[in-house]
Ligand binder design. Sequence first.
Ligand SMILES: NC(=O)c1ccc[n+]([C@@H]2O[C@H](COP(=O)([O-])OP(=O)(O)OC[C@H]3O[C@@H](n4cnc5c(N)ncnc54)[C@H](O)[C@@H]3O)[C@@H](O)[C@H]2O)c1
Length: 381
Amino acid sequence: MPAARVRIGIVGCGKISDNHFQAYRRNPAVEVAAVCDVEPARAREFAAARGIPAAVGSVRELIGLGVDAISVCTPHPTHEAVVLEAVEHGVHVLCEKPLSITSGSVARMIDAAAEHGVVLATVFQRRFWEAARRIRSALDEGLLGTPMLGGVQVLLSRGAEYYDSAPWRGTWAADGGGALMTQSVHYIDLLTWYFGAPVEVSAKAGNFTHGDAIEVEDTAAAVVTFASGAIATVAATVSASPNMGMSLTLTGSNGATVRLSEYPEGSDARIEFWAVPGALEAGEAPLAAGFRADKTVDEVNADLQPLHARQLDDFVDALRHGRSPAVTGADAIRSLHVIEAIYESARTGRAVRIPGPDDAPEFEHLAATAGAAPAEAVTGA
Ligand SMILES: NC(=O)c1ccc[n+]([C@@H]2O[C@H](COP(=O)([O-])OP(=O)(O)OC[C@H]3O[C@@H](n4cnc5c(N)ncnc54)[C@H](O)[C@@H]3O)[C@@H](O)[C@H]2O)c1
């Protein structure tokens, strides 16, 4: 990577791309050299409004302009083709979540990036909250024991106007899923960041309130078992009204229980309570003054911009110093395994096993029974 500023290209000029532009614009080590969109007029408009020197209509042309790295802000099903084209030309990549809608596709991207010696990072900006990092650090320091029980609760609101805003939304082929794949993936990522490799899932999911507006699930509930033997529940919906945000609760083997919550969606996560043996720290009430349950998706995205900035700064720093970014392409695999297994379990009515490394279980007496129920393995890992 040259000592000069990193030349970035942004691919896709839709809702989230301005979060990327604003983050790069504030980073003195970056030059946003160009943008591209399959709708070239959209790219031109985006570039003109922000003083970006070039706007083109394809990834190939963007790469031809000599960018060092790209930010991929296109719909999920396009990610693999865009990422592979960049990687094969030696261009580093930061790709929006979900990196892909199948773990097999993610594996192909990881292999290609390794083969061509470039960085592949994926956006999970919620890992950059202070509250999220505090839990990770406490686990590293042994303050919470071994994670034993987890609970993810996603109580969001996405109505017809959201699904109508782009033709790819709410479809299996393009969105790859609903409340889980597009919204809950952030919290399932946090869960796997804390609990490690998932090994088995039992779940139910369905479209409860969206009728013909979507093909995918608006609501799901699952029990996830991890290689350690730990267990967690995921309860997710986009049918909540008003939008009540998201939370994650973790109980460790020493009895410690901590809860991170994002009320309302897009706000800075806070520690709702932090109960470690001998000490109890309580946060402010969830519905504190100023709580807003009526934010639009654009407002939520704008509120998440400071987190994008932290993750994009980390990506640029990783490129400049030849180190691995905080969230790599490989980090996308575990959350996708969980989501794929939830869909499979909901479809078949059976527990689904996730093939993975033979981690030594922490809770051996429980892990031994984790596969006792009839279980189907998900493939494509
Ligand atoms: N990290 C977050 O919190 C967050 C928030 C919102 C969206 N996202 C993710 O960002 C991605 C984009 O979402 P969005 O809401 O901005 O979508 P969008 O539909 O608003 O914008 C996508 C843009 O990409 C363009 N495009 C499509 N295919 C392309 C291609 N092959 N090459 C170049 N341009 C192409 C479209 O014309 C459109 O302008 C999705 O994967 C989504 O999940 C992440």
